[in-house]
Design a protein around this ligand. Structure first.
Ligand code: EPZ
Length: 417
């Protein structure tokens, strides 16, 4: 396994070009399983989670080519309806083929996705939603076996906003027997991107706030259509945090600042000078002031930026409070940041942070994708050298991260663990 070495890197400056969204690419790639055809999708990030999804589609019987961020997929020959343990354990988001397999075959066998470093990751909402739309799920030998039991379609109100739960059910309903009405759906930009992709293929979907109304169609028509994935708002937010470190001045292009309103308000409030246009922004770090965060479903503060923002809080002049409502145990990064001298007290779901004037480099271990990004940002501003092990977590969701960091002046190199 690789580890990342970072020498203290201050006064960073330069331009970062944001890649396509991981969390829009995964449901859109999964949706190609729904209807056997040929698809062409652009601005797909070359990250390991995308390769895992493509490998899953290949194991189902599909084929793909992936060059220079363009994916060409052929799902005509898909005959299997099983998402195997080996792939689901690698990436929970493999469950996104569940809805597509139900929509295509009326059945699916999905390895039960486990929890992960950020906490228990239940899928009861997926199961309940499918049940209300005419399917039944039983658990056998660690697999979820779902079958069509009646005419599909109907209505379901989610008890909790679930991004992949909403995405799974939307995909499953496109070719259903009857209309489907979903309430309390997630409205993240990535869900909207999936809906736009499906509409391009001919799906009949109306989405008004957190309501999604789907009138069934009997076929989709992907041929000669090219879809381009939205920019990754979490990657853009991650680099905005790096720019907010005092002394740094980073230009971020190919992003959509509309998707980052609340995080950028906090970046500005905690001391940065921010110049914002629709698809680019300049972040000039200033003396850090403390701030409070409460993670919520979109358009609230995204849980996927909580770890990164903690680096700003540990260096701010005063006390900050982070309330993690989505994944209450998503504070593993706090223990690693303490190794650098951060003053963070964590109870379940709540982190109290007291800013310190500086942090020192040290040895850290990545635990999940976004926590590893937080450790990288901390290592850039820490005094001396830092090492971060298990960086495969980082490569799951950040395309060419070493190159992008080097471009703004970070002294970063990889070595074998
Ligand atoms: C998606 O995960 C994202 N992953 C996550 O990003 C993101 O952190 C999360 O949404 C929240 O925004 C992808 O899009 C591939 P949820 P998902 O279902 O869909 C509870 C990253 O780093 N819940 O929206 O698995 C759950 O416990 C990843 O890119 C149920 O109770 O999350 C949580 O409290 C990490 N029952 C809340 O809902 C269910 O059936 C939101 O979870 C499903 C979820």
């Amino acid at each position: 396994m690789d580890k990342i070495n970072i020498e203290t890197s201050n006064n960073l400056s330069g331009t970062v070009k944001i890649s396509g969204s991981k969390n829009a690419s995964l449901p859109i790639l999964a949706a190609t399983v729904l209807w056997g055809s040929q698809y062409k999708i652009k601005n797909v990030p070359e990250i390991s989670d995308v390769y895992t999804m493509l490998e899953l589609i290949k194991q189902l019987g599909g084929s793909f080519e992936f060059n220079k961020n363009v994916v060409e997929i052929n799902t005509e020959k898909i005959s299997s309806y099983e998402a195997p343990y080996e792939l689901v354990k690698t990436m929970r988001a493999s469950v996104l083929v569940w809805g597509a397999l139900l929509g295509r075959f009326g059945k699916a066998r999905i390895s039960f996705p486990g929890g992960c470093a950020i906490g228990d990751r239940p899928i009861d909402e997926h199961i309940k939603a499918f049940e209300s739309l005419g399917y039944k799920t039983v658990v056998k030998q660690g697999y979820l076996e779902t079958k069509k039991m009646a005419k599909t379609g109907g209505s379901y109100e989610f008890n909790i906003k679930s991004v992949t739960g909403s995405e799974n059910v939307i995909i499953a309903s496109i070719l259903a027997d009857n209309k489907t009405e979903l309430c309390n759906c997630s409205i993240e930009p990535e869900v909207a991107d999936l809906i736009n992709f499906l509409k391009l293929l001919g799906a009949d979907i109306k989405n008004i706030e957190d309501k999604v109304l789907i009138s069934p169609v009997t076929r989709l028509n992907p041929k000669n259509k090219i879809y381009s994935i939205i920019p990754d708002r979490i990657e853009a937010g991650t680099f905005a945090v790096l720019g907010a470190i005092p002394g740094n001045n980073i230009k971020i292009i190919n992003c959509d600042t509309e998707h980052l309103k609340l995080p950028l308000n906090i970046i500005e409030a905690c001391g940065s000078d921010l110049k914002i246009k629709k698809n680019e922004m300049q972040v000039i770090g200033g003396e850090l002031k403390p701030f409070n965060i409460e993670t919520k479903p979109y358009p609230g503060f995204p849980t996927d930026l909580q770890a990164q923002f903690m680096v700003l809080a540990i260096l701010a002049k005063g006390r900050s409070k982070f309330l993690e409502n989505i994944f209450p145990s998503r504070f593993i990064h706090a223990a690693e940041l303490r190794k650098l001298g951060a003053d963070i007290n964590v109870e379940r779901g709540l982190a109290n942070i007291k800013g310190v004037p500086f942090i020192n480099g040290g040895k850290m271990q990545a635990s999940d994708l976004r926590a590893s990004a937080s450790l990288v940002i901390a290592a850039c501003t820490a005094r001396g050298k830092s090492e971060i092990s298990r960086v495969y977590h980082l490569d799951r969701g950040y395309e060419k991260i070493d190159y992008k960091l080097t471009e703004v002046g970070v002294k970063i190199w990889r070595t074998k663990e």
